[in-house]
Design a protein around this ligand. Structure first.
Ligand code: FES
Length: 377
């Protein structure tokens, strides 16, 4: 057994999940299923203290996300504090609640980058997924305003079996809105997406068609000189090797939940591990010494087939959260891996995607399930 402790570098990327509150209801939301029962949100001062500690440790990038981070009234103050500390700041938003005035305030506070998510390329499908009739028009207006303020803009579309066949129209819309980067990110199955997986996982044929469309647009854009950057992320359910989730457990990424729980990835709170709170421990202690952050660092924790695999320093045995969700044991090899004894679960999900006929209105929507709890606290 290798008894050398893995070298631990400081976190580079801090994700501040400011709130789980959100006016939309997306059935693939990555928030925990019981998000509405979580504790009180950190105060402005508590968040700024977290930023200071993370920056002092060496973190350089700070993402504001949620839920919908715009529901936090102190967002300009948080952005300003982060920028004054020297972070590169990124706002990850649905655009709902954004106004020209807020964009001005964020620009004045020094915000570097805005990412707006869309549910679809047309109003009807967008409304069916987001649960808001006004959302699409608001997003369009805000995407235009973001560009008018000179921000580099990322448009993010979560793709699944109900919208992936619109990939051409989604790209057309992104070009029209002058997006600098377009993320066509096929659903990753965590939180509400895992709950709705059967109704969301595209078929392999759908993915192949979408990939061909993206390739066609990339070639046309190269010819025309219109250089919007198209990123197409396929679901790992159609891979034979797992993703190197988070660049490795506790390697570069640190997430803090609305009530202050520190996590090595945004989905880890579901694991049977007592993750530490920033209200009780310094980030330094949490990152370097806590049980949770050390649990899956290095290679010694790995079972076979990962332990003797020559790809383990690339994929780290895959995603711990996925191993937990699909096998009930987070120590196991991610079932996405073709070498995993649990790979049959992935094959069965692919098979199911070919037969299922679940419609959008049969999905479980986060705010409908948690409606009575959403805006408390
Ligand atoms: Fe938690 Fe992959 S999402 S380790």
């Amino acid at each position: 057994m290798n008894l050398l402790k893995p070298q631990v570098n400081p976190p580079l990327w801090l994700l501040a999940e400011l709130t789980y509150r959100c006016p939309l209801q997306c059935p693939y939301c990555s928030n925990p299923l019981d998000f509405a029962r979580q504790g009180k949100e950190l105060t402005t001062e508590q968040w700024i203290d977290v930023f200071k500690q993370a920056r002092a440790m060496g973190a350089v990038q700070l993402g504001f996300s949620g839920g919908e981070p715009l529901v936090r009234k102190d967002l300009p103050e948080l952005i300003r504090a982060a920028r004054d500390l020297g972070f590169y700041t990124n706002l990850i938003t649905s655009g709902i609640g954004l106004t020209e005035k807020k964009i001005d305030a964020f620009a004045e506070a020094g915000l570097d980058h805005i990412q707006i998510s869309f549910q679809a390329s047309d109003e009807t499908l967008n409304a069916a997924l987001a649960g808001s009739q006004k959302a699409f028009q608001t997003k369009l207006a805000m995407a235009k305003a973001v560009k008018a303020h000179g921000y580099p803009m990322v448009l993010n579309f979560v793709l699944h079996r109900h919208n992936i066949d619109q990939t051409d129209r989604i790209i057309d819309l992104s070009i029209e809105l002058e997006a600098d980067d377009v993320e066509l990110a096929t659903c990753q199955f965590y939180g509400w997406a895992q709950l709705n997986r059967e109704g969301l996982l595209p078929t392999r044929d759908q993915i192949a068609r979408a990939e061909a469309v993206v390739q066609r647009y990339r070639e046309a854009m190269t010819t025309s000189g219109n250089l919007a950057n198209l990123l197409f992320v396929t679901p790992d359910y159609y891979e034979e090797r797992p993703k190197g989730c988070m660049g490795g457990w506790g390697a570069i990424f640190l997430s803090v939940t609305p009530e202050g729980m520190a996590l090595p990835c945004h989905s880890a709170r579901q694991l049977p591990i007592a993750f530490p709170s920033v209200l009780e421990h310094s980030l330094q202690e949490i990152w370097y010494e806590s049980f949770g952050f050390n649990k899956y660092r290095g290679f010694d924790w790995m079972p076979e087939p990962c332990r003797s695999c020559d790809e383990k320093d690339r994929d780290f045995g895959g995603c711990r959260c996925q191993a937990w969700m699909l096998t009930g044991n987070a120590d196991n090899t991610d079932p996405v891996c073709g070498k995993s004894p649990h790979h049959g679960k992935i094959l069965a999900a692919r098979e199911q995607a070919n037969c299922t006929n679940i419609q959008i209105n049969q999905l479980q929507f986060r705010n409908r399930v948690n409606s009575q709890l959403i805006f408390k606290g």
